[in-house]
Design a protein around this ligand. Structure first.
Ligand code: HEM
Length: 205
């Protein structure tokens, strides 16, 4: 394998030293924009988001996360030592769906499989999308709490208001990402992150 030319992952990392993260960001920013600007999720950050739009987005999100949870759980053996385990999101979403009078599976095309990662690089690429989505989730939660739906979130929005991870988990995740040393495994991570973003785009648009 070709060693990447970046500085050693051993040294203490300041934010600017997150080289692998920067590569992942660059490789997926166009796909992220598609999600936050043009997907059904973008409706959730509008102050007048209505119950119909919210329900549609939540059904799609629940389906997308169900497959993501399955893929990541099937690959826990690739979770690097020291990295906190992935916490499945589906149960929160399914609870909200029940409150909305819906249940999985949905009647839209839900047949696209999401293959489980088959290397540490591809596992971390998929985790990058899953953990990064929590950052976007914080933005969505804030907007929902000041939207027309705010008073109902206790019953239909546990995914946004109750599921939360300790604030230090994102930096801890980035530290694990920086342990990827080889071009080949970083390439796997980028490919996997792109596949995972496309998975969400498939369900959310
Ligand atoms: C309306 C929907 C969304 C909005 C408004 C949004 C917004 C944001 C914001 C503001 C950040 C940067 C947070 C920070 O640096 O403190 C972020 C990061 C991120 N989001 Fe989203 N997001 C949305 C949906 C999603 C979804 C659905 C996914 C994944 C499926 C996702 C994946 C990511 C990733 C991977 C990052 C980390 C990028 C990095 O800094 O390396 N986002 N998002």
């Amino acid at each position: 394998m070709t060693r990447k030319s970046f500085s050693s992952p051993d040294k203490s990392l300041s934010t600017d030293d997150y080289k692998v993260r920067q590569l992942l960001q660059a490789g997926t920013s166009r796909l992220h924009s598609k999600l936050d600007k043009f997907s059904k999720l973008s409706l959730l950050i509008q102050p007048d988001c209505n119950l119909h739009q919210y329900t549609d987005a939540m059904c799609r999100l629940a389906q997308a996360y169900k497959l993501l949870d399955q893929a990541l759980w099937a690959a826990t053996s690739y979770n690097p030592k020291g990295l906190f385990e992935y916490q499945p999101r589906s149960s929160w979403l399914e609870r909200d769906l029940i409150a909305l009078g819906k249940k999985l599976p949905m009647d839209f095309d839900a047949t696209l499989p999401l293959p489980p990662p088959s290397s540490t690089g591809s596992y971390l690429g998929m985790r990058y999308v899953a953990e990064g989505a929590q950052l976007g989730g914080q933005v969505i939660t804030k907007k929902l709490l000041s939207s027309d739906l705010a008073s109902q979130l206790d019953t239909i929005g546990s995914f946004w208001t109750d599921f939360s991870q300790p604030a230090n988990q994102w930096p801890a995740f980035l530290d694990s990402l920086e342990q990827l040393q080889y071009r080949k495994e970083i390439a796997h991570a980028i490919r996997s992150a792109r596949v995972t973003f496309k998975h969400f785009i498939h369900y959310m648009t």
